[in-house]
Design a protein around this ligand. Structure first.
Ligand code: HEM
Length: 324
C-alpha cells in the first residue's frame, strides 16, 4: 500500500500574471459559522468549475484560517504553531497586526478568472463574513516588484518548495498543511526613485537590471537579501513567496502585497524581526524607509484533504454552549 500523504493546497503552483487577495473576518450571529464550515467542501468544486472554462488559465485558490477563527469554527485539535500575527518594530517602522479570520489567495493568468472565482466563492459565503481587505495584484514586466527589482528569484522550487512549506511529522495530524503570512505595503515611490540605482542595489542586495546578487564583500548586512537569509545549523531555511504589485496611479497608491508560505510561522517571523528591528537591532532593512506595512495577518492553510474534511466538523463545544 502506498503511504497516504495529504495533498497540500495549490500554493506552490506556477507564478501567474494576476492575483486577488481577500482577507475577511467572520460575522457574528447564528448560523454563520455553519455556513463557513460547509463552504470548506465547496471550494475545490467551484475552483474546478471556473477553471475548467479556461484550461490554460492556471486558476488556483488557497484558503487560510486565522487563530481565533480556527477555535470558533473548528475547535480542537488545533495546529501546533497557529497563533495571532505578532507585531514587530516600533515608532515609524512597525509590522502592524490587523484583523483577519479568512484568507483567499486566488491566482490565474488573467484577471477575469480571478474575478469570477472570487465572486463565486464570496457569493457562497454571503453575510457569514465581512471582507476587510481586497487587493488585485498584477505581474509587472519581467517579474519586477513595484520597486523595479526582480522579485521571487530565490524562491524554492519543486521538491524543495514542498519541503519548506508542507508540515510533516512535527505536527503529523496536520501533515500537508502550511502557514501563511500576508502584509500589504505602500511605497513612497517618489523617495525611492530619487535614490541612485547603486544605492537601491545596496538596499536590496542585488543588481537592478540583471538581478545578479551583489558580491559578499559589497553586500551590506542590512540589505533586504541579507536580513531575509536565515541559517539554521549551517542549512538555509527558505520560505515560498508570491508577492504581487498593486496600486492606483491616479490616487498615488503604489504597493506590494507580500505573501509568504512556510511549514512554521517561525522563519517568516524571524525575517520580519530582522527587517523591522534589525540584525543586530538597529541594523534594519532600509527598504522600510520607503515602504510602510498597513496590514499584517497570519493564517493556517489546511491541506486540500483537510479543507474538504473540515466541512464535516461539528461546532466546537464552547460555541454550542454559548448559543444554548
Ligand atoms: C516591501 C515589500 C517587499 C518587497 C518589495 C520585496 C522585494 C524583494 C526582492 C526584489 C527580492 C530579491 C529577489 C528575490 O526574490 O529573491 C526579495 C528577496 C527576498 N525577500 Fe522580499 N520583499 C518585500 C518584503 C519581504 C518580507 C516582508 C519578507 C519576509 C518576511 C521577505 C522575504 C524575502 C526573502 C526570503 C527573499 C530571498 C532572500 C535571498 O535568499 O536572497 N520580503 N524581496
Amino acid at each position: 500500500m502506498p503511504e497516504y500523504r495529504p495533498e497540500p493546497q495549490a500554493f506552490s503552483s506556477p507564478v501567474t500574471r494576476s492575483a486577488i487577495f481577500i482577507v475577511a473576518t467572520l460575522a457574528n450571529g447564528d448560523g454563520h459559522a455553519d455556513i463557513v464550515r460547509a463552504w470548506c467542501a465547496d471550494v475545490a468544486p467551484v475552483v474546478r468549475a471556473v477553471g475548467h472554462r479556461v484550461p490554460s488559465g492556471k486558476l488556483s485558490c488557497v484558503c487560510g484560517f486565522g487563530s481565533s477563527a480556527w477555535d470558533r469554527l473548528f475547535g480542537g485539535p488545533r495546529p501546533a504553531a497557529l497563533h495571532p500575527f505578532r507585531e514587530y518594530g516600533s515608532g515609524e517602522r512597525v509590522a502592524v497586526a490587523t484583523p483577519g479570520d479568512l484568507l483567499l489567495h486566488i491566482r490565474a493568468d488573467s484577471m477575469d478568472l480571478c474575478f469570477e472565482l472570487a465572486t463565486q466563492l464570496l457569493g457562497k459565503l454571503g453575510d457569514a463574513i465581512r471582507v476587510v481587505d481586497e487587493v488585485h495584484g498584477f505581474q509587472n514586466f519581467d517579474m519586477r516588484a513595484m520597486i523595479g527589482f526582480v522579485d521571487g528569484t530565490e524562491n524554492p522550487t519543486g521538491r524543495e518548495a514542498v519541503d519548506f512549506t508542507a508540515i510533516g511529522d512535527e505536527d503529523a495530524e496536520f501533515a500537508g498543511s502550511s502557514y501563511v503570512i500576508v502584509q500589504k505595503y505602500l511605497h513612497d515611490m517618489a523617495g525611492w526613485n530619487a535614490l541612485p540605482v547603486e544605492k537601491q542595489e545596496l538596499i536590496i542586495g542585488r543588481k537592478k537590471l540583471s538581478d545578479i546578487e551583489l558580491d559578499a564583500d559589497v553586500k551590506p548586512s542590512s540589505s533586504h537579501s541579507s536580513l531575509t537569509t536565515l541559517d539554521e545549523n549551517g542549512q538555509e531555511v527558505k520560505i515560498l513567496r508570491d508577492n504581487m504589485p498593486f496600486g492606483r496611479p491616479g490616487a498615488g497608491e503604489f504597493g506590494t502585497y507580500f505573501i509568504g508560505y512556510a511549514r512554521s510561522p517561525a522563519p517568516i517571523e524571524q525575517m520580519l524581526e530582522n527587517m523591522f528591528v534589525g540584525r543586530p537591532p538597529g541594523n534594519y532593512d532600509r527598504l522600510l524607509d520607503f515602504s510602510r506595512a498597513v496590514t499584517g495577518s497570519l493564517f493556517f492553510v489546511p491541506s486540500a484533504d483537510l479543507l474538504e474534511a473540515l466541512a464535516d466538523r461539528s461546532a466546537p463545544a464552547a460555541v454550542v454552549r454559548q448559543h444554548e
